[in-house]
Design a protein around this ligand. Structure first.
Ligand SMILES: NC(=O)c1ccc[n+]([C@@H]2O[C@H](COP(=O)([O-])OP(=O)(O)OC[C@H]3O[C@@H](n4cnc5c(N)ncnc54)[C@H](O)[C@@H]3O)[C@@H](O)[C@H]2O)c1
Ligand SMILES: [Zn+2]
Length: 360
């Protein structure tokens, strides 16, 4: 399947395709982009060990010469230290503006390689080949790139669009269950606030998805990319509707902050955040108890957490105040208006603190 991310209203050459399939002949899709000779593959240790030599052979047989920059696994690679290392390698290899950088890995690699592409020589060509479910359904679509700073996540970055995104579900075969459901949390999010049919599909096909049935994975990746691409087409820079993608993220980010981005994964934190947001929505008469129960049940059954960790309401509110969506004493919250629909509402922190007191 091919999805078009149409950003032609913003800039003539910013639109791109997302390909979703299994066993994709990657070389065939890279050639027409006009890759002359060289590409730089930025990847992480695990993905390199698993797939480095096979992707190298595929590219070589298409007449493309790859060189590899291999970074450590995990969030620590998304730092100024490794960004600087990527620049060093590009300069050492006399990488030119017409050459291509391929991000081959999860969201960490996509974000870092994307930002390196946006900034090196004021912008070089960039391709995303995501290898985790989270990067398939979320980080590879939408053009947000960047690195972390010791003071906070994603503080340095740029909007920069790839030339193509190639999503091959076969890479998910080697992904462990915790990483799979980490990405699945974002799929639940899309269904919960944007697409009731997708939500129903997740409820009815959960066992198949968790056991990595290829057709089911392709279906949920396609739906997720379509939904995200549609939102990004409407609001690339998150001035309005793109904030719907933050459903579950206000409390989710606070949980991640309180755990110093260790122990808990992003998908786990937003799962707790989604259940919290649905309970808030019920309190504000925006959704039924049945909606809360359906969401909580799907999250639980997929192996994701729902219980709010035992920090104090005060700590949660203080952490939430770091959010970009905060104005004075209130925050723009994404609420659920029954499955498949959402509503934005400004909520003041006194109300949120009181509500948290009843749940913790
Ligand atoms: N740009 C965006 O819009 C956006 C959106 C969401 C998240 N993100 C970012 O994405 C990052 C998280 O991404 P992630 O969850 O993919 O984490 P990740 O890139 O760290 O990958 C998770 C782990 O899986 C391993 N791995 C990757 N592919 C594998 C495979 N096919 N088989 C086996 N192991 C594999 C990696 O080595 C790593 O240890 C965060 O930094 C987050 O900020 C960005
Ligand atoms: Zn998220």
């Amino acid at each position: 399947m091919k999805i078009k991310v149409d950003l032609s209203h913003a800039s003539k050459d910013a639109s791109y395709d997302i390909l979703i399939d299994s066993n994709i002949p990657i070389g065939e899709f890279l050639k027409p982009l006009g890759i002359k000779k060289r590409v730089c593959i930025v990847t992480c240790t695990t993905v390199n060990n698993l797939y480095g030599s096979s992707i190298s052979n595929v590219l070589k047989s298409a007449g493309i010469e790859p060189f590899f920059i291999v970074l450590p696994d995990g969030e620590s690679a998304k730092s100024i230290k490794y960004l600087s290392y990527v620049y060093d390698e590009l300069i050492k290899n006399r990488f030119e503006r017409s050459d291509y950088i391929i991000a081959f890995g999860g969201g960490v690699i996509g974000d870092l390689a994307g930002y390196a592409s946006a900034s090196y020589l004021r912008g070089v060509n960039f391709v995303q080949i995501p290898t985790t479910l989270l990067s398939d359904v979320d980080s590879s679509v939408g053009g947000k790139t960047g690195i972390d700073h010791p003071a906070g996540k994603n503080l340095i970055g740029a909007f920069y669009q790839p030339k193509i995104v190639i999503i091959d579900v076969d890479f998910l075969n080697s992904l462990d269950n915790r990483e799979l459901i980490n990405g699945f949390a974002e799929v639940i999010k899309y269904g919960a606030v944007l697409d009731e049919d997708l939500f129903l599909y997740l409820e009815n096909n959960l066992a198949k998805i968790i056991s990595k049935d290829k057709q089911s994975l392709m279906h949920i990746i396609e739906r997720s990319c379509l939904l995200k691409a549609d939102i990004v087409n409407k609001d690339e820079r998150e001035g309005g509707i793109r904030s719907v993608l933050n459903f579950g993220h206000s409390l989710g980010h606070a949980i991640e902050t309180l755990y110093s981005y260790k122990t808990i994964k992003h998908g786990e934190a937003i799962s707790i955040g989604m259940v919290f947001a649905s309970k808030l929505s019920k309190e504000l008469n925006l959704c039924s108890l049945e909606t809360v129960n359906r969401l909580e049940t799907l999250i639980k059954n997929s192996g994701l957490p729902t219980e709010i960790p035992k920090f104090s309401p005060e700590e949660y509110v203080n952490a939430m105040k770091l959010d970009k969506k905060v104005e004075d004493e209130s925050i723009k919250f994404v609420l659920i208006n029954n499955i498949g629909n959402f509503k934005f509402k400004k909520l003041d922190f006194t109300f949120i603190r009181k509500f948290l007191e009843n749940l913790i």
